[in-house]
Design a protein around this ligand. Structure first.
Ligand code: EPU
Length: 417
């Protein structure tokens, strides 16, 4: 199966932003913390959710999609805290079971997590935080074995605001004895979503949305299952916004939340994209060739590394030269070779990409190297002459809910074949 994109006219109409992959997978993991039935709504229809369902099933949490965007998970209390390689290898977010398993069951045996391959993705910050709370780790090439008779609160300062480490320390601290504080915590909207669900379950967390989280441990019987609506996906929203920008279209991106994307909206505006926030989404339009800008990826509220392939694709067709600096994953420029097959003029220098805008991209066969880069190649294909065929689309399917259908719905010439 491939995605075939043909040169498309200005996109028009309305597109709905689905729930966030990087929230729902973490929300699913915290069902390990308390018995009962959980109902998640606004669940994206993506392959990673199915993988997480398989992983949770192997541990003892059952799940059922009651409709395309609603998932019911049941924790009967019969949990085996051992996660086999076949399930763990497929997604990075499988590491998110570590905190809940340690906090609730005092042990976790997890094969090494997989996910996108853009260089080394260590878990030293997860380990450092959980060790400070009393956990003991045995790590080897095969995986992680962690044990803790009873976790206790600790003051933890992260040297980098890692999303995954913040989440694992947070979810472990919910049932730890005493108070845990996390300084320099990550504060992405998806972490706020996770905190909100945990609070609904009975957890005591303050500082939500800031870089200083304080968690006061509660007893297991004080936690209970809950229902929760997944926050909308700012990266999928950005994907549709960039598609509108390059095709010089005019689309209402329903469910895009300006308060989650302020920096990105500013960068888009500097490039010449008009964005008008409305109460339930963003009106996005562009009637000119984009202008090049320089940008650097940073932890939230900075420009997310997940937006970068989209911005580099936009620079590829802008007037002028822009420099993209990657500060999170040095290896996350591999997709540039694919973009160059479409005629983009990009030079990589360390963790910088120098992008000289060209008048016209040219359709060609390309491979999706990871989720976000795959989507960016699809967007670039909308403004390449002729036909662009994107292969390895299982990467895109991991994180995008009906990318092809949604783009077709606003006028793109695109199909799966
Ligand atoms: N890092 C460490 N030690 C650690 C943890 C992280 O050095 O213990 C480093 C990483 O190597 C990396 C940086 O810190 O250089 C950022 O890692 P972080 O832990 O913040 O990222 P993550 O939790 O592994 C999540 C998303 C990624 C997204 C990053 C950054 C999920 C499942 N994944 O990964 O999303 O790029 O945050 O925002 O939430 C994607 O959705 O396509 C994706 C890759």
């Amino acid at each position: 199966m491939q995605i075939v994109v043909e040169h498309s006219e200005a996109l028009q109409g309305e597109v709905q932003v689905p729930g966030a992959k990087n929230s729902v997978l973490k929300l699913m993991a915290v069902t390990l913390l308390a018995e009962g039935e959980y109902r998640l709504t606004n669940v994206p229809d993506i392959a990673d959710v199915d993988t997480m369902c398989d992983l949770l099933r192997a541990l003892g949490v059952t799940s059922q999609r009651v409709n395309t965007h609603e998932l019911v998970l049941v924790n009967t209390g019969n949990i085996t805290p051992v996660a086999p390689f076949e399930q763990v290898d497929r997604i990075r977010a499988s590491i998110n079971i570590l905190g809940p398993l340690l906090g609730r069951y005092g042990s976790a045996d997890i094969a090494m997590p997989g996910g996108d391959d853009f260089g080394s993705r260590p878990i030293d910050l997860h380990v450092m935080g959980l060790e400070a709370m009393g956990a003991t780790f045995a790590l080897n090439r095969e995986g992680v074995q962690a044990t803790a008779r009873q976790l206790h609160g600790a003051h933890i300062e992260l040297k980098f605001p890692s999303v995954g480490a913040t989440e694992n320390i947070l979810t472990a601290a919910v049932l730890a004895r005493g108070v845990t504080s996390i300084d320099n915590a990550a504060r992405e909207p998806e972490i706020v979503d996770l905190c909100n669900m945990l609070v609904d379950m009975g957890a005591q967390i303050s500082g939500i949305g800031t870089d200083h989280l304080v968690i006061t441990g509660v007893q297991p019987e004080q936690l209970h299952a809950t229902d929760h609506e997944v926050v909308n996906d700012r990266v999928q929203a950005a994907t549709y916004m960039s598609a509108v920008a390059v095709t010089r279209g005019n689309v209402f991106v329903r469910g895009a939340r300006a308060e989650h994307m302020e920096m990105l909206i500013n960068r888009f505006s500097e490039m010449g994209v008009m964005i008008t926030p409305q109460h339930d989404g963003l009106q996005v339009s562009c009637n000119q060739r984009l202008h090049a800008i320089d940008f650097a990826t940073l932890p939230y509220p900075g420009i997310a590394t997940d937006y970068k392939p989209l911005l580099v694709g936009m620079l590829a067709v802008s007037s002028g030269t822009g420099i993209a600096t990657e500060n999170l994953y040095p290896g996350r420029f591999r997709y540039v070779d694919e973009l160059m097959k479409l005629g983009a003029d990009v030079r990589i220098d360390g963790h910088h990409a120098v992008v000289r805008g060209v008048e016209q991209l040219v359709g060609a066969p390309v491979n999706a190297p990871d989720i976000r880069a795959g989507a960016a190649l699809v967007v670039a294909g909308l403004v390449a002459t002729g036909k662009t065929t994107v292969s390895d689309i299982h990467h895109i399917d991991r994180g995008y809910d009906d990318l092809v259908g949604k783009l077709a719905g606003i006028g793109a010439r695109i199909s799966r074949q």
